[in-house]
Design a protein around this ligand. Structure first.
Ligand code: KE4
Length: 431
């Protein structure tokens, strides 16, 4: 492997000198799979190209934003046009008005929306707004869910925190963490019980409506509706963290797919088309509590950046095409059915999950994955072997057993076939 990744290895040795762990986001460091992180130089469509000239079929898609595929011509053209007009003004632009209108048109639960620069900013701001509006301090999240690196939410978190084995980050004051209740995902009885005791002091419950940061765990039937009913009954706000599921599991996200109306929604990833954008929005009476109208302060120098908004507008236009998400889901289904057949032919316990354009792969004895406890029964060592066997064969999966995978519009039949060919050998190597 070393010669094949010689430039990535050299770059990593240089990177660790001035960047903590050599990466600007922990999950990229390959700590969850071992070995040397791959340094990428370019991308196009469904493919990544590393610093050594190797090509990969990409199932990470920058962790979700690249739903059209990399470097989509319409996105690139629109960015060039905007670049010729200007980069950042720190003042309102027509582009932000267009994006706000588009988001509110696609997601009717959002009557008013504020753009920010990341998913973390979106969830942090939504939490503050919920606390400001309800005048309550407690928040509820689920074990294994990840909502960005917000102090109140880095408690039994998923994604990189889970990958590195420190779901409870250092540096968070005990009395901050004490304001956060953590429950088991998909366990409505636990939610009912908690609210029966603490309901009067809970500002909000934040949930990934499809959990994509402990691998991919869909909600069991009735779970999301139950959350809607229980929070409403106790005057707590329901926040759907759709940073990953938004525009991914369907045009109108998980709330549209499952028919739930949250009070607030957080967004990110796809709405920036690969540039830094987050957003939070929802009921107008809540959003009116935000500065400059109300007492809840929130701000951002780069919020609504013209380049990022331009990319997001093109993406939302393209994915609104009739049949876009159905085709994405069908392609994902073909991939997962093929992988499952091959794994079982190799005699490996293997199970997948899928919701729209996101999916999970598990080396796991369970027939179906519904809980964090079941996720944790996965054979992580076997995943590591499989990951590297796929990497060596030109397939880039998320470098962690606790991350979801993503299908994009640019994955062609040849990519699916090549992925299955690689998997045949990779499963054999993982026995
Ligand atoms: P960012 O602050 O990383 O833009 O978004 C945080 C966030 C919030 N909510 C959900 C549901 C998310 O999935 C995320 C970020 N997702 C991870 C991938 N699992 C980002 C990858 C990374 O941390 O490098």
């Amino acid at each position: 492997m070393s010669q094949r990744l010689a430039n990535s290895i050299a770059l990593f040795e240089q990177a660790v000198r001035h960047i903590p762990g050599g990466v600007n986001s922990p999950v990229r460091a390959f700590r969850g799979v071992g070995g040397n992180p791959v340094f990428f130089k370019s991308a196009s469509g469904a493919h990544l190209f590393d610093e050594d000239g190797n090509r990969y079929i990409d199932y990470v898609g920058a962790w979700g934003p690249m739903i059209l595929g990399h470097k989509h011509p319409k996105v690139v053209a629109a960015l060039h046009e905007q670049l010729d007009r200007g980069i950042a003004y720190g003042a309102p632009t027509a582009l932000e008005v267009q994006l706000a209108d588009k988001i509110c048109e696609i997601l009717p639960s959002i009557e008013s929306v504020r753009l920010v620069n990341s998913g973390t900013e979106a969830t942090m701001s939504a939490l503050r707004l919920a606390r400001g509006c309800t005048k309550r301090d407690k928040v509820v999240k689920f074990e294994g869910c990840y909502h960005g690196h917000v102090d109140s939410l880095l408690v039994k978190a998923g994604s990189g925190a889970l990958t590195l084995g420190n779901p409870d980050s250092a540096g968070i004051p005990a009395d901050t963490a004490a304001q956060t209740f953590v429950l088991p995902y998909n366990d409505l009885d636990a939610v009912e019980h908690l609210f029966s005791i603490h309901g009067h002091e809970i500002a909000c419950l934040i949930v990934e409506p499809v959990a994509g940061n402990m691998n991919c765990v869909p909600p069991v039937p009735g779970f999301l509706q139950g959350l809607r009913d229980i929070t409403a009954r106790h005057g707590a706000l329901l926040i759907f963290d759709e940073v990953m599921t938004g525009f991914r599991v369907g045009l109108s996200g998980a709330q549209g797919r499952y028919g739930i109306t949250p009070d607030l929604t957080t967004l990110g990833k796809i709405i920036g088309g690969g540039l830094p954008v987050g957003a939070f929005g929802g009921r107008k009476d809540l959003m009116q509590q935000l500065a400059p109208l109300g007492p809840v302060y929130q701000a951002g120098t780069m919020s609504g950046n013209p380049l990022a908004v331009t990319a997001g507008l093109v993406l939302l236009e393209e994915i609104s095409a009739p049949g876009f998400h159905a085709a994405l889901e069908a392609k994902g289904k073909r991939l997962l059915e093929g992988l499952t057949t091959l794994a079982h032919e190799a005699g490996l316990p293997f199970v997948t999950t899928q919701v729209g354009g996101m999916f999970g792969l598990y080396f796991n004895e369970n027939d179906r994955i519904e809980t964090f406890a079941q996720v944790m029964q996965s054979n992580v060592a076997r995943f590591r072997t499989f990951f590297h066997a796929m990497l060596e064969r030109g397939v880039y999966l998320a470098p962690s057993a606790f991350e979801a995978g993503f299908i994009c519009a640019a994955h062609g039949e040849a990519d699916i076939a090549a992925t299955l060919d690689a998997a045949r050998a990779a499963f054999a190597a993982s026995k």
